[in-house]
Design a protein. Structure first.
Length: 273
């Protein structure tokens, strides 16, 4: 008997494809954040606090979810609980304060950039804080660059217009204290000679008078500074120009002074940035 026989070849078992990893619980996490933020916003709307049941009702959250989120937010310091009522906590207040500070800083930066472009000069903003000269913001362009800080601004306040303007706003004791820490020293051949000469110059400066200096801090540069005093804080807005454009210094400074005067009320709110 003849016939054909089939030839069978065993197929080795194929490895199973690994199971896909579980999807990250993005939606759940985002939902939790959204619910927590909703709670924070609702609590912020109650100056005298609110109980959990009221917060659940106003946010549309289930009461168990509300309790869970409230406990977490209290633990993290974003809320505090007092006699069954929930209030914003220290962490939320800090967050709010930081946001407000960023907004003020952004306003100052935008304002300086607008004046820089309108007047065609670099513009500086500085304050005298805790015994130090602090240049908070500088707005310049490649075509109108700021003065290079080749000598520490804090240590050479006697030489530049910003420092002289800030020191002129201080009382005698505060000036002497500053000079005891940062005594007058030559920065350029045009720098004031000693503490005595500087103090005499500051005494002659009338309150809120424009201050100018010509090549006392940097050779080839002239500067003017406008005093700003709000409460106990001494501040200054300043400009600089190359020495060969010195004839532009006073007109540019007076224009900046006029611009500043027009908006000092709102700008003063940003003086502490």
């Amino acid at each position: 008997m003849t016939g054909t026989s089939a030839h069978l070849t065993a197929v080795p078992p194929q490895p199973r494809s690994p199971a896909p990893p579980p999807a990250p619980p993005t939606a759940t996490l985002i939902g939790s954040v959204q619910r927590a933020v909703r709670l924070l916003e609702t609590v912020a709307g109650h100056a005298y606090g609110a109980p959990a049941k009221q917060l659940a009702r106003e946010t549309g959250l289930a009461l168990p979810t509300t309790y869970h989120l409230l406990r977490t937010l209290v633990h993290e310091g974003y809320l505090r609980r007092d006699k069954g009522l929930f209030f914003l906590g220290d962490a939320a207040e800090r967050l709010s304060g930081s946001g407000a500070q960023q907004k003020r800083r952004s306003k100052v930066v935008d304002t300086l950039a607008r004046w820089r472009d309108a007047i065609g000069v670099p513009v500086y903003y500085a304050v005298y804080r805790e015994g130090e000269i602090d240049v908070l913001c500088v707005s310049d362009t490649p075509g109108n660059p700021a003065v290079e800080e080749w000598a520490d601004f804090r240590e050479t306040g006697h030489a530049h217009a910003i420092g002289q303007c800030l020191l002129a706003q201080l009382d005698g004791a505060a000036r002497r204290d500053h000079l005891s820490r940062y005594p007058v020293r030559p920065v350029t051949p045009y720098t004031v000679r000693d503490d005595h000469d500087l103090l005499r110059r500051l005494d002659r400066t009338r309150r809120m008078e424009l201050v100018t200096e010509r090549q006392e801090y940097a050779l080839g540069t002239v500067c003017a500074a406008i005093p700003i005093t709000v409460g106990a804080t001494a501040a200054s807005m300043a400009i600089s120009l190359p020495a060969h454009q010195a004839d532009r210094l006073l007109p540019a400074a007076h224009r900046l002074q006029a611009e500043l005067g027009r908006m000092l009320g709102s700008f003063a709110l940003s003086i502490s940035i």
